[in-house]
Every structure is written in structure tokens, then in C-alpha cells.
Ligand binder design. Structure first.
Ligand code: GTR
Length: 331
């Protein structure tokens, strides 16, 4: 049996064992299994671990979080599936792969939707952020409760061939994108060849030349050591996608109202705590990747990039005009 399948089975068995009837569940010790594609110490992982410590303290040890970092339970697609069936409870995933499930969330995935990080923070902290979390939680088939958002900075293209200074430089490059057709369309409209695959497959794909590169924020690029395979990191800034913390709906419905409220409260606090960790880590990662040999290039004029992705806005944004307007109006 592959290690991942073994872990999946183990997680499913433990969770199933812990989930008896609703009332028994309310009394028992509950270990919430959490997972993240990133390693220990990464801002999202650290924030969820801190949340676990708070839960433990507030519940007198009855509730705790067990973290499975570094893609131990698979990529984000696998994480979503496992949360949906209750084989794990907490998944920290990007909004990216959630767009096809909850179309309104795809609005956050539109290229260049946010003016800057402060604008994105304003939106996720405010009523729009709340509404979209509720849309996710109320979704009849998504099987997930939206707990909170986290920061994930700005995504920039990196590749093994050359610096990207202008849109023409992307021509013909095979660039890994997250599993959502919107992102493949985005890369194709910029002139590159978008290739959808999980984060868990990316290192191998770069090593073997299946792709020439990918796109991500500095901390993901640095902590995954992607500079070893794709040293040209260019500030295209085409996407600014918040992260999500989601909870398995089947487990959620077995929790007492008090436990639900406690988890929701600490998750909200985690949203702000992660932000502090994030901004520090962005700067640290930029420094580390440069030291490791990454060639960081600024893109002087992003206008041609913004114009090229108009068809993506038409295709995925047309049905959400009012929501997009509200996001743009957020100051
Ligand atoms: C990272 C993000 C992950 C994952 C990854 C990816 O920035 O934190 O959740 O979405 O990107 O590109 O798959």
C-alpha cells in the first residue's frame, strides 16, 4: 500500500472511531485532524497549530488539533475529498481549487482583481468575506464549513528558461497552474501554456521538464526550494488569492454548538495572527531565495498583462458583476 493511502486509511479509522453519536461525541476527547501542503513553521501551519493550543487550553484538553503538514495527506484535491467524507476535519487550502465548487469564490481567483494586499485584506475581513464563507458553508454539496481566510500574498511566474519582463516573454512556456480551468485560461491568455496539476506533483514535473515553471508567492517558492529547478522569478503579480481554512461538515454537525462557536472564534483570531506571520515570512523568503540564487525580475508595466486577461473576466466574471463591483468599490 502506498504511504499516502495508508495514512488516509489511518485518518479515516481514527476519525470514524471518535465520532459516535452526537451526545457521546460532545463529551469525548476530540482530536481534530488538520492538514496543509506546507511544512511546519510555514505561516498557515503555525497559525493552525496555535489555534490548536488555544482550543486545548479553553476546553481543558478535550479538544485538540493534530497537524499533518507537508502534503502528508496528499495535495489540495485529496485534502478537500478527505474533509468532505470526514476522514480529516481541518484543511487549509487555497481559494484556488474551490472556485469550481462554489462559483462565487472564483471571483477572488480572477487575475488582478485586487489592487494590492491591503485591498484584499479589507475584502476578506469585511462583509464580502463573510458572505462568501457563508456561501461555502451553506453550499448543498460542497460538504465543507468555511472557517476563515488567511493571507497568501501575490503570485508571480517562475521558470527555468528566462526572466519575464514583458508579456511576450511568456510565449510558449509551460507553466503549472492550480487545478481550476480559470487558471489555465489565465496562463493561456497571457501567451504561455497553462498546465493544471496538484502542488504535490509540481517538484517532479519541474525536475523532469514536464513544465518549465509555475507561479506562486515567495514563501511557497522558497520553502518548496523551487529555485533549484526554476531560478527566474518574475514579478508578474497576476493573482492574489486568499487561503481558506475549511472544516468537514459531517464532523461539524456532530459537534456541540459551544464547540462550534469556540472553533469559529479561534479560527477568526487565526486569520489575523497568520497575517502577522505572513508579512514577516514574505520578506524573509525573498531574502533567502535571492541568497539561494533566484534571479528576481521586476515587471515595469503590468498593463499588457491586465489587458490580455480580459477574456478570463468575461468568461468567469460576467455572472458575478455586482459582486465584482462591490469588491472594486471596497476602499
Ligand atoms: C500556495 C498555497 C497552497 C497551494 C499552492 C498551489 O500558495 O498556499 O494552498 O494552493 O499555492 O499552488 O497549489
Amino acid at each position: 500500500m502506498k504511504r499516502r493511502d495508508f495514512l488516509k486509511l489511518g485518518a479515516a479509522a481514527t476519525a470514524a472511531g471518535a465520532l459516535g453519536t452526537t451526545s457521546a461525541f460532545a463529551q469525548a476527547k476530540i482530536v481534530l485532524k488538520a492538514t496543509d501542503v506546507h511544512p511546519l513553521g510555514y505561516p498557515t501551519v503555525e497559525a493552525v497549530e496555535r489555534m490548536g493550543k488555544k482550543l486545548e487550553a479553553a476546553s481543558g484538553g478535550r479538544l485538540s488539533i493534530q497537524m499533518f503538514p507537508s502534503m502528508q495527506l496528499g495535495g489540495e484535491k485529496e485534502m478537500i475529498e478527505q474533509a468532505q467524507v470526514g476522514a480529516l476535519q481541518i484543511a487549509r487550502i487555497s481559494v484556488g481549487p474551490m472556485g469550481p465548487l462554489v462559483p462565487e469564490l472564483n471571483v477572488f481567483n480572477l487575475p488582478f482583481i485586487f489592487r494590492d494586499e491591503a485591498h484584499m485584506e479589507k475584502v476578506i475581513d469585511g462583509p464580502i468575506g463573510d458572505e462568501l464563507l457563508k456561501k461555502l458553508s451553506d453550499h448543498p454539496t460542497a460538504g465543507l464549513i468555511g472557517l476563515c481566510y488567511m493571507n497568501a500574498g501575490v503570485r508571480n511566474v517562475y521558470n527555468s528558461k528566462k526572466p519575464i519582463e514583458k508579456i511576450e516573454d511568456l510565449k510558449g512556456l509551460k507553466i503549472r497552474m492550480m487545478g481550476n480551468p480559470l487558471f489555465v485560461d489565465t496562463m493561456n491568455s497571457l501567451g504561455g501554456n497553462g498546465v493544471a496539476m496538484g502542488f504535490d506533483q509540481l517538484t517532479n514535473a519541474m525536475q523532469t521538464g514536464v513544465v518549465d515553471g509555475a507561479e506562486n508567492n515567495e514563501p511557497s517558492y522558497e520553502s518548496g526550494q523551487h529555485y533549484r529547478y526554476a531560478k527566474y522569478y518574475s514579478k508578474t503579480g497576476h493573482l492574489m488569492i486568499p487561503e481558506l481554512l475549511v472544516f468537514s461538515k459531517v464532523t461539524w454537525e456532530k459537534l456541540s454548538k459551544d464547540d462550534q462557536a469556540m472553533i469559529a472564534k479561534f479560527a477568526r483570531e487565526a486569520q489575523q495572527e497568520q497575517r502577522q506571520l505572513w508579512h514577516a515570512r514574505e520578506a524573509e523568503s525573498l531574502k533567502k531565495m535571492k541568497e539561494a540564487g533566484a534571479v528576481v525580475t521586476e515587471v515595469a508595466d503590468r498593463k499588457p498583462f491586465q489587458e490580455a486577461v480580459k477574456p478570463v473576466w468575461d468568461k468567469y466574471g460576467a455572472q458575478h458583476k455586482a459582486l465584482i463591483q462591490r469588491i472594486q468599490d471596497a476602499k
